[in-house]
Design a protein around this ligand. Structure first.
Ligand SMILES: Cc1cc2nc3c(=O)[nH]c(=O)nc-3n(C[C@H](O)[C@H](O)[C@H](O)COP(=O)(O)O)c2cc1C
Ligand code: SF4
Length: 429
Protein backbone atom coordinates (compact mmCIF):
# COMPACT_ATOMS: atom_id res chain seq x y z
CA UNK A 1 0.00 0.00 0.00
CA UNK A 2 1.43 3.45 -0.87
CA UNK A 3 1.88 6.09 1.80
CA UNK A 4 -1.05 8.42 2.47
CA UNK A 5 0.78 11.67 1.91
CA UNK A 6 -0.92 14.77 3.31
CA UNK A 7 2.10 16.55 4.78
CA UNK A 8 4.72 14.68 2.78
CA UNK A 9 3.36 15.90 -0.56
CA UNK A 10 6.84 17.39 -0.97
CA UNK A 11 8.52 13.97 -1.20
CA UNK A 12 10.47 13.69 -4.45
CA UNK A 13 9.55 17.24 -5.56
CA UNK A 14 12.45 19.39 -6.80
CA UNK A 15 12.98 22.60 -4.79
CA UNK A 16 9.98 21.76 -2.60
CA UNK A 17 11.16 24.24 0.04
CA UNK A 18 10.55 27.23 -2.23
CA UNK A 19 7.34 29.21 -2.01
CA UNK A 20 6.49 28.64 -5.71
CA UNK A 21 6.58 24.89 -5.17
CA UNK A 22 4.34 25.12 -2.10
CA UNK A 23 1.84 27.36 -3.93
CA UNK A 24 1.85 24.99 -6.91
CA UNK A 25 0.91 22.14 -4.56
CA UNK A 26 -2.07 24.11 -3.21
CA UNK A 27 -0.21 26.04 -0.52
CA UNK A 28 -1.43 29.34 0.97
CA UNK A 29 -5.03 28.62 -0.07
CA UNK A 30 -6.11 27.91 3.49
CA UNK A 31 -4.82 31.25 4.79
CA UNK A 32 -7.31 33.60 3.05
CA UNK A 33 -10.07 31.16 3.97
CA UNK A 34 -9.02 31.16 7.65
CA UNK A 35 -8.62 34.94 7.75
CA UNK A 36 -12.28 35.19 6.73
CA UNK A 37 -13.42 32.89 9.53
CA UNK A 38 -14.36 33.59 13.12
CA UNK A 39 -11.51 32.32 15.37
CA UNK A 40 -14.05 30.34 17.43
CA UNK A 41 -15.09 28.52 14.27
CA UNK A 42 -11.47 27.63 13.53
CA UNK A 43 -11.07 26.21 17.04
CA UNK A 44 -14.29 24.28 16.60
CA UNK A 45 -13.08 22.92 13.25
CA UNK A 46 -9.75 21.77 14.68
CA UNK A 47 -11.59 20.15 17.61
CA UNK A 48 -14.02 18.35 15.31
CA UNK A 49 -11.12 17.15 13.14
CA UNK A 50 -9.72 15.55 16.30
CA UNK A 51 -6.19 16.86 15.67
CA UNK A 52 -3.93 15.79 18.54
CA UNK A 53 -0.50 17.31 19.13
CA UNK A 54 2.30 15.48 17.35
CA UNK A 55 5.01 16.65 19.78
CA UNK A 56 4.59 13.58 21.97
CA UNK A 57 1.70 13.87 24.38
CA UNK A 58 -1.17 13.83 21.87
CA UNK A 59 -3.02 16.71 23.54
CA UNK A 60 -5.99 17.98 21.45
CA UNK A 61 -4.83 21.07 19.55
CA UNK A 62 -8.22 22.80 19.36
CA UNK A 63 -8.67 22.44 23.13
CA UNK A 64 -5.22 23.92 23.73
CA UNK A 65 -5.93 26.92 21.46
CA UNK A 66 -9.22 27.40 23.29
CA UNK A 67 -7.35 27.98 26.58
CA UNK A 68 -6.05 31.34 25.34
CA UNK A 69 -7.86 34.42 26.54
CA UNK A 70 -7.87 36.23 23.22
CA UNK A 71 -8.74 39.64 24.68
CA UNK A 72 -5.77 39.55 27.09
CA UNK A 73 -4.14 42.94 27.65
CA UNK A 74 -0.76 41.26 27.41
CA UNK A 75 0.78 40.17 24.09
CA UNK A 76 -0.07 36.59 23.09
CA UNK A 77 2.59 34.31 21.62
CA UNK A 78 2.67 31.17 19.54
CA UNK A 79 5.92 29.22 19.66
CA UNK A 80 6.59 26.51 17.14
CA UNK A 81 8.60 23.74 18.77
CA UNK A 82 11.23 22.74 16.23
CA UNK A 83 13.73 21.45 18.77
CA UNK A 84 13.36 17.76 17.84
CA UNK A 85 16.15 16.26 19.93
CA UNK A 86 14.45 13.01 20.93
CA UNK A 87 16.69 10.13 19.86
CA UNK A 88 14.98 8.15 17.11
CA UNK A 89 12.92 11.14 15.88
CA UNK A 90 13.66 12.97 12.66
CA UNK A 91 10.27 13.90 11.16
CA UNK A 92 10.18 17.63 11.98
CA UNK A 93 13.59 18.11 10.48
CA UNK A 94 12.33 16.86 7.10
CA UNK A 95 9.23 19.08 7.18
CA UNK A 96 11.40 22.10 8.01
CA UNK A 97 13.99 21.41 5.34
CA UNK A 98 11.65 20.24 2.58
CA UNK A 99 8.47 22.26 3.08
CA UNK A 100 8.86 25.14 5.56
CA UNK A 101 5.89 27.07 4.16
CA UNK A 102 3.47 24.32 5.14
CA UNK A 103 4.19 24.72 8.86
CA UNK A 104 4.48 28.48 8.39
CA UNK A 105 0.96 28.64 6.97
CA UNK A 106 -0.14 26.63 10.02
CA UNK A 107 1.65 29.11 12.30
CA UNK A 108 -0.04 32.11 10.64
CA UNK A 109 -3.48 30.50 10.94
CA UNK A 110 -2.76 29.51 14.55
CA UNK A 111 -1.66 33.05 15.41
CA UNK A 112 -4.76 34.56 13.81
CA UNK A 113 -6.90 32.11 15.79
CA UNK A 114 -5.39 32.96 19.18
CA UNK A 115 -4.89 36.68 18.39
CA UNK A 116 -1.11 36.53 18.45
CA UNK A 117 0.98 39.05 16.53
CA UNK A 118 4.39 37.58 17.28
CA UNK A 119 5.57 34.05 16.83
CA UNK A 120 8.87 32.29 17.46
CA UNK A 121 10.12 29.18 15.71
CA UNK A 122 12.50 27.58 18.19
CA UNK A 123 14.90 25.44 16.21
CA UNK A 124 17.48 23.08 17.61
CA UNK A 125 21.04 24.36 17.41
CA UNK A 126 22.30 21.34 15.48
CA UNK A 127 20.00 22.10 12.57
CA UNK A 128 21.77 25.07 10.94
CA UNK A 129 20.65 24.00 7.46
CA UNK A 130 16.99 23.89 8.52
CA UNK A 131 17.33 27.26 10.27
CA UNK A 132 18.67 28.77 7.04
CA UNK A 133 15.80 27.27 5.04
CA UNK A 134 13.32 28.70 7.54
CA UNK A 135 14.89 32.16 7.45
CA UNK A 136 14.67 32.20 3.63
CA UNK A 137 11.06 30.96 3.83
CA UNK A 138 10.19 33.85 6.16
CA UNK A 139 11.68 36.31 3.67
CA UNK A 140 9.58 34.78 0.88
CA UNK A 141 6.45 34.94 3.03
CA UNK A 142 7.04 38.64 3.83
CA UNK A 143 7.73 39.40 0.13
CA UNK A 144 4.46 37.74 -0.84
CA UNK A 145 2.32 39.47 1.78
CA UNK A 146 1.70 36.38 3.94
CA UNK A 147 3.55 37.96 6.87
CA UNK A 148 3.97 41.50 8.15
CA UNK A 149 1.34 44.22 8.30
CA UNK A 150 -2.22 43.75 7.05
CA UNK A 151 -1.76 40.20 5.78
CA UNK A 152 -3.73 39.68 2.54
CA UNK A 153 -5.65 42.91 3.33
CA UNK A 154 -7.27 41.28 6.32
CA UNK A 155 -6.12 43.85 8.88
CA UNK A 156 -4.20 41.08 10.68
CA UNK A 157 -0.51 41.74 11.45
CA UNK A 158 2.06 39.08 12.29
CA UNK A 159 5.82 38.83 12.66
CA UNK A 160 7.59 35.50 12.87
CA UNK A 161 11.21 35.02 13.88
CA UNK A 162 13.53 32.04 13.89
CA UNK A 163 15.22 31.48 17.25
CA UNK A 164 18.19 29.13 17.22
CA UNK A 165 18.72 27.00 20.33
CA UNK A 166 22.13 25.91 21.51
CA UNK A 167 21.50 22.19 21.28
CA UNK A 168 19.96 20.98 24.53
CA UNK A 169 17.32 18.26 24.58
CA UNK A 170 15.61 19.89 27.54
CA UNK A 171 14.83 22.99 25.46
CA UNK A 172 12.26 20.87 23.62
CA UNK A 173 10.22 20.72 26.84
CA UNK A 174 7.83 23.59 26.35
CA UNK A 175 8.72 25.65 29.41
CA UNK A 176 12.45 24.96 29.01
CA UNK A 177 11.97 26.31 25.49
CA UNK A 178 10.30 29.48 26.80
CA UNK A 179 13.08 30.05 29.33
CA UNK A 180 15.63 29.67 26.55
CA UNK A 181 13.88 32.25 24.32
CA UNK A 182 13.89 34.59 27.33
CA UNK A 183 17.68 34.25 27.37
CA UNK A 184 17.90 32.07 30.47
CA UNK A 185 19.10 28.52 31.02
CA UNK A 186 16.63 26.03 29.54
CA UNK A 187 15.28 24.88 32.89
CA UNK A 188 11.64 23.77 32.83
CA UNK A 189 9.14 25.61 35.04
CA UNK A 190 6.82 24.00 37.57
CA UNK A 191 3.24 23.81 36.26
CA UNK A 192 0.70 25.29 36.87
CA UNK A 193 0.67 27.95 35.64
CA UNK A 194 0.57 26.44 32.17
CA UNK A 195 1.94 28.46 29.23
CA UNK A 196 -1.58 29.31 27.99
CA UNK A 197 -1.99 31.38 31.18
CA UNK A 198 1.58 32.48 31.80
CA UNK A 199 4.11 31.52 29.16
CA UNK A 200 6.69 33.55 27.28
CA UNK A 201 7.63 36.70 29.26
CA UNK A 202 4.69 35.86 31.55
CA UNK A 203 2.20 36.24 28.68
CA UNK A 204 -0.38 33.79 27.29
CA UNK A 205 1.48 31.37 25.01
CA UNK A 206 0.79 28.34 22.88
CA UNK A 207 3.57 25.88 22.13
CA UNK A 208 2.91 23.54 19.23
CA UNK A 209 5.00 20.99 17.40
CA UNK A 210 6.06 21.42 13.75
CA UNK A 211 4.01 18.46 12.48
CA UNK A 212 0.92 19.57 14.41
CA UNK A 213 1.02 23.02 12.78
CA UNK A 214 1.68 21.54 9.33
CA UNK A 215 -1.70 19.73 9.49
CA UNK A 216 -3.67 22.93 10.12
CA UNK A 217 -3.84 24.30 6.52
CA UNK A 218 -5.01 20.90 5.26
CA UNK A 219 -7.84 20.76 7.79
CA UNK A 220 -8.93 24.30 6.87
CA UNK A 221 -8.86 23.37 3.16
CA UNK A 222 -10.47 19.94 3.29
CA UNK A 223 -12.60 20.05 6.42
CA UNK A 224 -12.89 18.35 9.79
CA UNK A 225 -14.89 15.38 8.48
CA UNK A 226 -12.26 14.51 5.86
CA UNK A 227 -9.51 14.50 8.52
CA UNK A 228 -11.50 12.66 11.17
CA UNK A 229 -12.29 9.81 8.78
CA UNK A 230 -8.58 8.97 8.50
CA UNK A 231 -7.11 6.82 11.28
CA UNK A 232 -9.26 5.65 14.19
CA UNK A 233 -12.16 7.54 15.86
CA UNK A 234 -10.02 9.05 18.66
CA UNK A 235 -6.71 9.06 16.80
CA UNK A 236 -7.47 10.89 13.60
CA UNK A 237 -5.40 11.78 10.58
CA UNK A 238 -2.07 10.54 9.40
CA UNK A 239 1.19 10.43 11.32
CA UNK A 240 4.71 10.64 10.04
CA UNK A 241 6.32 7.51 11.42
CA UNK A 242 10.10 7.33 11.52
CA UNK A 243 11.81 3.97 11.17
CA UNK A 244 15.39 3.50 12.30
CA UNK A 245 17.68 1.04 14.05
CA UNK A 246 18.11 -2.48 12.71
CA UNK A 247 15.75 -2.21 9.77
CA UNK A 248 16.24 -2.69 6.03
CA UNK A 249 14.47 0.48 4.84
CA UNK A 250 14.89 3.21 7.44
CA UNK A 251 13.10 6.47 6.74
CA UNK A 252 9.88 8.41 7.16
CA UNK A 253 6.48 7.03 6.21
CA UNK A 254 3.21 8.98 6.42
CA UNK A 255 0.37 6.59 7.19
CA UNK A 256 -2.94 6.69 9.08
CA UNK A 257 -2.77 6.62 12.86
CA UNK A 258 -3.53 3.11 14.07
CA UNK A 259 -1.47 1.16 11.54
CA UNK A 260 -0.21 -2.11 13.10
CA UNK A 261 3.43 -1.96 14.15
CA UNK A 262 4.15 -5.22 12.35
CA UNK A 263 2.93 -3.77 9.05
CA UNK A 264 5.10 -0.71 9.54
CA UNK A 265 8.20 -2.81 10.21
CA UNK A 266 7.68 -5.57 7.64
CA UNK A 267 5.90 -3.86 4.74
CA UNK A 268 7.38 -0.40 4.86
CA UNK A 269 10.62 -1.06 6.71
CA UNK A 270 11.35 -4.32 4.87
CA UNK A 271 12.04 -6.20 8.13
CA UNK A 272 15.34 -6.57 9.96
CA UNK A 273 18.56 -7.17 8.02
CA UNK A 274 20.55 -10.39 7.81
CA UNK A 275 17.57 -12.69 8.45
CA UNK A 276 17.65 -11.79 12.14
CA UNK A 277 14.53 -11.39 14.27
CA UNK A 278 12.99 -8.41 16.05
CA UNK A 279 13.79 -8.54 19.74
CA UNK A 280 12.37 -5.22 20.92
CA UNK A 281 10.95 -2.00 19.55
CA UNK A 282 11.01 1.51 20.90
CA UNK A 283 7.74 2.77 19.36
CA UNK A 284 7.79 6.50 20.01
CA UNK A 285 11.21 8.02 20.53
CA UNK A 286 13.67 7.14 23.27
CA UNK A 287 11.28 8.07 26.12
CA UNK A 288 8.74 5.37 25.23
CA UNK A 289 8.67 2.10 27.17
CA UNK A 290 9.87 -0.68 24.88
CA UNK A 291 7.72 -3.38 23.30
CA UNK A 292 8.73 -7.00 22.78
CA UNK A 293 8.42 -9.13 19.63
CA UNK A 294 5.10 -10.45 21.04
CA UNK A 295 3.59 -6.98 20.87
CA UNK A 296 4.06 -6.22 17.18
CA UNK A 297 0.36 -6.52 16.36
CA UNK A 298 -0.44 -3.43 18.43
CA UNK A 299 -1.87 -0.42 16.64
CA UNK A 300 0.38 2.59 16.41
CA UNK A 301 -1.83 5.24 17.98
CA UNK A 302 -1.87 7.28 21.18
CA UNK A 303 -4.53 5.29 23.03
CA UNK A 304 -3.55 1.72 22.11
CA UNK A 305 0.07 2.21 23.16
CA UNK A 306 -0.90 4.02 26.33
CA UNK A 307 -3.25 1.13 27.27
CA UNK A 308 -0.31 -1.31 27.20
CA UNK A 309 1.90 1.01 29.25
CA UNK A 310 3.91 2.45 26.39
CA UNK A 311 3.36 5.57 24.28
CA UNK A 312 3.22 6.76 20.69
CA UNK A 313 5.34 9.80 21.58
CA UNK A 314 6.92 11.13 18.41
CA UNK A 315 6.28 7.84 16.54
CA UNK A 316 10.00 7.58 15.94
CA UNK A 317 10.30 3.78 15.86
CA UNK A 318 13.65 2.16 16.66
CA UNK A 319 13.86 -1.54 15.84
CA UNK A 320 16.24 -3.70 17.87
CA UNK A 321 17.22 -7.15 16.60
CA UNK A 322 18.03 -10.34 18.48
CA UNK A 323 21.80 -9.81 18.34
CA UNK A 324 21.52 -6.77 20.60
CA UNK A 325 22.28 -6.65 24.31
CA UNK A 326 19.31 -5.10 26.15
CA UNK A 327 21.45 -4.13 29.16
CA UNK A 328 23.56 -2.08 26.77
CA UNK A 329 20.41 -0.50 25.29
CA UNK A 330 19.28 0.54 28.78
CA UNK A 331 22.76 1.82 29.63
CA UNK A 332 22.89 3.87 26.45
CA UNK A 333 19.48 5.42 27.21
CA UNK A 334 20.46 6.27 30.79
CA UNK A 335 23.68 7.83 29.54
CA UNK A 336 21.72 10.16 27.23
CA UNK A 337 19.24 11.27 29.90
CA UNK A 338 21.95 11.71 32.53
CA UNK A 339 23.77 13.96 30.11
CA UNK A 340 20.64 15.97 29.23
CA UNK A 341 19.13 16.39 32.73
CA UNK A 342 19.01 20.08 33.62
CA UNK A 343 19.73 19.13 37.24
CA UNK A 344 16.92 21.00 39.00
CA UNK A 345 15.24 17.92 40.51
CA UNK A 346 17.09 15.50 42.77
CA UNK A 347 15.18 12.46 41.46
CA UNK A 348 16.29 13.26 37.92
CA UNK A 349 19.81 14.55 38.56
CA UNK A 350 20.72 11.69 40.90
CA UNK A 351 18.37 9.07 39.43
CA UNK A 352 19.72 9.25 35.88
CA UNK A 353 23.28 9.16 37.28
CA UNK A 354 22.59 6.09 39.42
CA UNK A 355 20.77 4.27 36.64
CA UNK A 356 23.69 4.77 34.29
CA UNK A 357 26.16 3.74 36.99
CA UNK A 358 24.33 0.51 37.90
CA UNK A 359 23.66 -0.40 34.29
CA UNK A 360 27.33 0.14 33.41
CA UNK A 361 28.42 -2.11 36.27
CA UNK A 362 26.03 -4.86 35.15
CA UNK A 363 27.08 -4.49 31.51
CA UNK A 364 30.75 -4.69 32.45
CA UNK A 365 30.23 -7.79 34.58
CA UNK A 366 30.57 -6.03 37.93
CA UNK A 367 26.89 -6.15 38.87
CA UNK A 368 25.14 -7.93 41.74
CA UNK A 369 21.71 -9.59 41.68
CA UNK A 370 20.24 -7.03 44.09
CA UNK A 371 21.02 -4.25 41.57
CA UNK A 372 18.12 -5.43 39.41
CA UNK A 373 15.49 -4.58 42.02
CA UNK A 374 17.40 -1.44 43.01
CA UNK A 375 17.11 -0.33 39.38
CA UNK A 376 13.34 -0.88 39.44
CA UNK A 377 13.06 0.94 42.76
CA UNK A 378 15.03 3.93 41.43
CA UNK A 379 12.84 4.05 38.31
CA UNK A 380 9.65 4.09 40.37
CA UNK A 381 10.99 6.97 42.48
CA UNK A 382 11.80 8.99 39.37
CA UNK A 383 8.39 8.62 37.70
CA UNK A 384 5.91 11.45 38.19
CA UNK A 385 7.96 13.16 40.89
CA UNK A 386 9.80 15.86 38.97
CA UNK A 387 9.22 19.28 37.41
CA UNK A 388 9.19 17.93 33.85
CA UNK A 389 8.86 14.58 32.14
CA UNK A 390 12.55 14.08 31.31
CA UNK A 391 13.00 11.90 34.39
CA UNK A 392 10.01 9.78 33.33
CA UNK A 393 11.49 9.64 29.84
CA UNK A 394 14.54 7.91 31.31
CA UNK A 395 12.83 5.78 33.97
CA UNK A 396 10.04 4.40 31.78
CA UNK A 397 12.10 2.77 29.00
CA UNK A 398 14.76 1.53 31.44
CA UNK A 399 12.08 0.02 33.70
CA UNK A 400 10.42 -1.68 30.73
CA UNK A 401 13.74 -3.20 29.64
CA UNK A 402 14.53 -4.48 33.14
CA UNK A 403 11.05 -6.00 33.49
CA UNK A 404 10.79 -7.49 30.00
CA UNK A 405 14.40 -8.67 29.65
CA UNK A 406 15.27 -9.46 33.27
CA UNK A 407 16.86 -12.76 32.22
CA UNK A 408 19.55 -10.83 30.27
CA UNK A 409 20.45 -8.84 33.38
CA UNK A 410 20.68 -12.06 35.41
CA UNK A 411 22.83 -13.67 32.75
CA UNK A 412 25.30 -10.76 32.78
CA UNK A 413 25.58 -10.97 36.54
CA UNK A 414 25.96 -14.77 36.61
CA UNK A 415 28.56 -14.81 33.82
CA UNK A 416 30.39 -11.74 35.09
CA UNK A 417 30.43 -10.34 31.55
CA UNK A 418 28.23 -9.32 28.64
CA UNK A 419 27.19 -12.39 26.66
CA UNK A 420 26.73 -10.41 23.44
CA UNK A 421 29.32 -9.53 20.84
CA UNK A 422 29.70 -5.75 20.51
CA UNK A 423 30.12 -5.60 16.73
CA UNK A 424 26.54 -6.78 16.16
CA UNK A 425 25.00 -4.05 18.23
CA UNK A 426 24.69 -1.38 15.56
CA UNK A 427 23.79 2.10 16.65
CA UNK A 428 22.90 1.13 20.21
CA UNK A 429 26.56 0.35 20.96
C1 LIG B 1 12.27 16.43 27.79
C2 LIG B 1 11.24 16.81 26.79
C3 LIG B 1 11.61 17.12 25.48
C4 LIG B 1 10.65 17.50 24.55
N1 LIG B 1 11.07 17.77 23.26
C5 LIG B 1 10.15 18.16 22.35
C6 LIG B 1 10.57 18.51 21.02
O1 LIG B 1 11.75 18.48 20.67
N2 LIG B 1 9.60 18.89 20.14
C7 LIG B 1 8.27 18.97 20.51
O2 LIG B 1 7.43 19.35 19.68
N3 LIG B 1 7.86 18.63 21.75
C8 LIG B 1 8.77 18.25 22.66
N4 LIG B 1 8.35 17.96 23.94
C9 LIG B 1 6.92 18.14 24.26
C10 LIG B 1 6.63 19.62 24.54
O3 LIG B 1 6.83 19.87 25.92
C11 LIG B 1 5.18 20.02 24.19
O4 LIG B 1 4.32 19.11 24.80
C12 LIG B 1 4.90 20.02 22.69
O5 LIG B 1 5.79 20.87 22.00
C13 LIG B 1 3.47 20.52 22.46
O6 LIG B 1 3.16 20.51 21.11
P1 LIG B 1 1.89 19.72 20.53
O7 LIG B 1 0.73 20.07 21.41
O8 LIG B 1 1.74 20.22 19.14
O9 LIG B 1 2.21 18.27 20.61
C14 LIG B 1 9.28 17.58 24.91
C15 LIG B 1 8.91 17.23 26.21
C16 LIG B 1 9.86 16.85 27.14
C17 LIG B 1 9.43 16.50 28.52
S1 SF4 C 1 13.00 16.34 35.52
FE1 SF4 C 1 15.17 16.55 35.06
S2 SF4 C 1 15.26 17.80 33.22
FE2 SF4 C 1 13.16 18.04 34.07
S3 SF4 C 1 13.28 19.85 35.38
FE3 SF4 C 1 13.75 18.11 36.70
S4 SF4 C 1 16.01 17.91 36.62
FE4 SF4 C 1 15.40 19.23 34.92
Amino acid sequence: MPELRIIRSYAGVQDSHKIESYIQRGGYQALPKALGMDPDDIIDLIKRAGLRGRGGAGFPTGVKWGFIQRDSKKPIYLCCNADESEPGSFKDREIIEQDPHQMLEGIIIGCYTINSHKSYIYIRGEMPYGAGVLERALEEAYENGYLGKNILNSGFDLDVVVFRGAGAYICGEETGLLESIEGKNGEPRPKPPFPAQSGLFGCPTIVNNVETLAFVPHIINRGAEWFSEIGTPKNTGTKIYGLCGQINNPGLYELPLGIPLRELIDEYGGGVPGGRKVKAVSPGGSSAPLLTADELDLKMDFDTLSEVGSMLGTAGVTVIDDSTCMVRVAQNLAHFYRDESCGQCVQCREGTWWLEKMLTMIEEGRGRMEYIDTLLDACSQMRGTTICALADGCAMPVESIVKKFRHEFEEHIKLGKCPFEREHMGEWS
